[in-house]
Design a protein around this ligand. Structure first.
Ligand code: ZN
Length: 203
């Protein structure tokens, strides 16, 4: 199983990090070892002093496909979720500055939180899903999938030109504005359409 992530998919988040608006989706991959095991606490790694949360809507791929047309993309998933793309922002900035790949900053152990999955039929419009992240019971990120530069079906069409999608692969669709730091003893909880799909304790 692989995790394919989209960067810079919400304009206000692009602005908060002073990034350029992309002409095509920005893609990166996390290895399967990045998945934080269910019910496990997140331990801040000793190579970073600036771990950021990024709440993101997730899509689970249900069958193999490549060169998928956007109009058929809906046939390749039937579950929607919510997760966190943990990012070592200090390390990422250093690597970006040198023009090097981000993997160490995004693909480390525990850097992918994957919450509970919900059937997509639960939602009448996947292009209008509200989601949010709370830190210590205070809302820090709020988003709506309608604000994505590239929607789910467009992401699948684009990504599948480069990577064969396989059953069980997970797409992280990008984060809205409001990313920020976590420190030990923080507590995060993420909700999609008012249903809590994950909670994480930071250690
Ligand atoms: Zn992200």
């Amino acid at each position: 199983m692989k995790i394919i992530c989209i960067g810079r998919n919400y304009v206000e988040h692009i602005e908060e990090l002073n990034n350029e608006r992309p002409k095509a989706p920005v893609i990166f991959i996390k290895p399967d070892s990045a998945v934080l095991p269910k019910e496990q606490d997140f331990y801040i790694p000793d190579f970073s002093n600036d771990i950021h949360y990024e709440v993101e809507v997730l899509v689970k791929i249900k069958k193999v496909g490549k060169h998928i047309a956007a109009k058929f993309a809906h046939k390749y998933y039937d579950e929607i979720g919510l997760g966190i793309d943990f990012t070592a922002r200090d390390l990422q900035s250093e690597l970006k500055g040198k023009g090097l790949p981000w993997e160490k900053a995004k693909g480390f152990d525990g850097a992918a939180v994957i919450g509970k999955w919900l059937p997509k039929e639960r939602f009448s419009d996947l292009g209008n899903l509200n989601f949010s992240l709370k830190k210590n019971d205070v809302t820090v990120q709020e988003g709506n999938t309608g604000a994505m530069l590239y929607g789910i079906d467009d992401i699948i069409a684009y990504v599948s030109q480069f990577f064969t999608l396989k059953k069980g692969d997970v797409l992280f669709t990008g984060t809205p504005k409001g990313v920020g730091r976590v420190v030990a003893n923080d507590y995060l909880s993420g909700s999609l359409e008012n249903e809590t799909l994950f909670t994480v304790n930071i250690k």
